[in-house]
Design a protein. Structure first.
Length: 170
C-alpha cells in the first residue's frame, strides 16, 4: 500500500507491505520491519525489527495525524492516493455504484441488507485490513442493490463489495 506523508512541506513516499506477522515499511529509500498493535483508543505499541518497542499516542483528524512518542510530537499529513482516486471517481459518478476493496482483507461485519435505504456517510460494512478495521461508507443517499460478500469472507484488492444505487433528493 502506497502513501505520501507530508511533513513541514516535504513529501515522503511510504510503501507498506505485509511481511510475516508484521510489515515492511519503506520511507523513500530506507526500509524497516515493524509491527504495531492498538493498546487503547489512541495508544499504539510499535515493535521494530531490532526488538525495540515504542509506545506512541496517535490522534487523527482526516488526513492530519499527530504522533507523540518519547517526549516528541510530529504533525504530518498522510495522503492515500488510492482513496483520492476513488473519491474523484465517486464524485464523477454521482457517488452511486459498486464499491470495491482498495486492499486485501476480511469482511468483519455487514451493517446493511439488500434493499435498505442508506444516507451518505452511513456505514455499510467493516473490512479488516492490515490489522485495522475500516468502515466502508455510503458515498451518497441511495438503496443497497447488491451485497457481493459475506461476513468472514476474505477479499482481494479490487473485489466488488457492495452496490448502492443513488436516489434523487427532493
Amino acid at each position: 500500500m502506497k502513501f505520501v506523508a507530508r511533513h513541514d512541506g516535504v513529501d515522503y513516499q511510504i510503501d507498506v507491505e505485509r511481511h510475516g506477522s508484521g510489515y515492511r515499511v519503506r520511507i523513500d529509500d530506507r526500509s524497516m520491519l515493524a509491527d504495531m498493535v492498538e493498546a487503547g483508543p489512541y495508544v499504539r505499541s510499535l515493535r521494530l525489527e531490532d526488538g525495540t518497542q515504542i509506545s506512541l499516542v496517535h490522534h487523527r483528524d482526516g488526513n492530519a495525524h499527530e504522533i507523540s512518542m518519547m517526549n516528541a510530537a510530529v504533525r504530518l499529513e498522510l495522503i492515500d492516493p488510492l482513496a483520492m482516486r476513488r473519491k474523484r471517481s465517486d464524485d464523477a459518478a454521482g457517488g452511486g455504484g459498486t464499491m470495491k476493496a482498495l486492499m486485501p482483507g476480511r469482511i468483519v461485519r455487514i451493517l446493511v441488507n439488500k434493499g435498505d435505504t442508506v444516507r451518505k456517510g452511513a456505514g455499510l460494512l467493516i473490512l479488516e485490513a492490515m490489522k485495522m478495521e475500516n468502515e466502508i461508507q455510503a458515498t451518497t443517499d441511495g438503496v443497497v442493490e447488491e451485497l457481493f460478500v459475506t461476513q468472514g469472507q476474505t477479499v482481494e484488492a479490487g473485489a466488488e463489495l457492495i452496490s448502492v444505487t443513488a436516489t434523487l433528493s427532493s
